[in-house]
Design a protein around this ligand. Structure first.
Ligand code: GTA
Length: 162
């Protein structure tokens, strides 16, 4: 078990509170994962910008590349704006595990739209995971944030409500 935990930490420190997989199962999925979670995005960063950056370590000549990008969405934004708007994260799916791993290693910690982004190997996208889980509709971290972040809607949702 200690081996699994150590190996798992190389891929991801994230534990999904809404999924009931144990660490060994999570490791089995991450070992062959082709999906990255990308966090700390600006709400204004577009899918095209993400596509351009995350194509940097791909090998299209070998049949690789990006399969699809799933933008994280504020599930409540439609009420005000008629459309669901980005809420600062996305999933990038590749054709191969090696591309996902290479992009995680080389792109995580670099800047996109002046923000340091964080990449994490993900166990795989399922419908519903594109939505923020915070009470206000965006991500949980933006619910609790105490700082002012212009690229992510200003004050955190709880701070705004006070
Ligand atoms: N693979 O790191 C990740 C990751 N994150 C952060 C979210 N997702 C991730 N996937 C991977 N790696 O599909 C995925 C989720 C979901 C979608 C939106 O993105 O699986 P979310 O961000 O709205 O909610 O998810 P999630 O992931 O359930 O939030 P979590 O883990 O509770 O909290 C995220 C961060 O918020 C914490 O690390 C902490 O910094 C902060 N936070 C949480 N609760 C509190 C609190 N009570 N007080 C202060 N800060 C808090």
């Amino acid at each position: 078990m200690a081996d699994v935990v150590e190996a798992l930490d190389k891929f991801s420190n994230y534990k999904d509170s809404q999924a009931s997989r144990d660490r060994e199962m999570q490791y089995e999925l991450l070992k062959k994962s082709t999906t990255l979670y990308v966090g700390n995005l600006s709400f204004y960063t577009t899918e095209e910008q993400i596509y351009e950056l995350f194509s940097k370590c791909t090998t299209p000549e070998e049949g690789g590349g990006i399969k699809r990008i799933i933008m994280g969405l504020d599930r409540n934004s439609r009420q005000a704006l008629q459309v669901l708007t980005p809420c600062g994260f996305c999933f990038v799916e590749y054709y191969s595990h090696n591309e996902a791993l290479a992009c995680m290693r080389y792109i995580s910690g670099t800047k996109l739209d002046e923000r340091i982004i964080r990449c994490d190997l993900d166990i795989g996208y399922k419908d519903g995971r594109q939505f923020g889980r915070g009470r206000s509709g965006g991500q949980v971290r933006d619910e609790h944030r105490q700082d002012y972040d212009a690229g992510r809607g200003g004050w955190g949702a709880q701070a705004q409500a006070q």
